[in-house]
Design a protein around this ligand. Structure first.
Ligand SMILES: [Zn+2]
Length: 111
């Protein structure tokens, strides 16, 4: 199984954050990977490095942290930690689940 992390979107978010902070260049990108997405951090790093070529983030160091966002079931209200991308409430099996982090990868910060 291979999932794409959509490096282009990550770069867009990175450039937005950099502009907000008035950075001319990005030296570090910190990414949060959702544990349920089951992505390979090394692959994500490679994809982002590749996508960063020719942008203000070219050559940036990429720090990746795998986080475990909580999910909450919209049907029974149970809180749980989703472990896979096949999101289901662990209590009642409902697929109407809301996540604290609903994207596979988010940009936590840039420097
Ligand atoms: Zn439930």
């Amino acid at each position: 199984m291979h999932q794409t992390s959509n490096a282009g979107d990550i770069l867009k978010a990175t450039e937005l954050l950099a502009r907000e902070r008035g950075l001319a260049r990005v030296s570090t990108i910190r990414l949060n990977l959702a544990a349920w997405a089951d992505l390979d951090p090394d692959e994500v790093r490679d994809e982002v490095l590749h996508a960063a070529q020719g942008t203000l983030a070219e050559g940036a160091r990429i720090e990746i942290e795998v986080i475990d966002p909580h999910g909450r079931c919209a049907d029974c209200g149970a809180d749980f930690d989703p472990k896979t991308a096949a999101l289901r409430c662990l209590a009642c099996g409902s697929v109407r689940v809301r996540l604290e982090q609903d994207r596979q990868v988010t940009v936590a910060s840039v420097e």
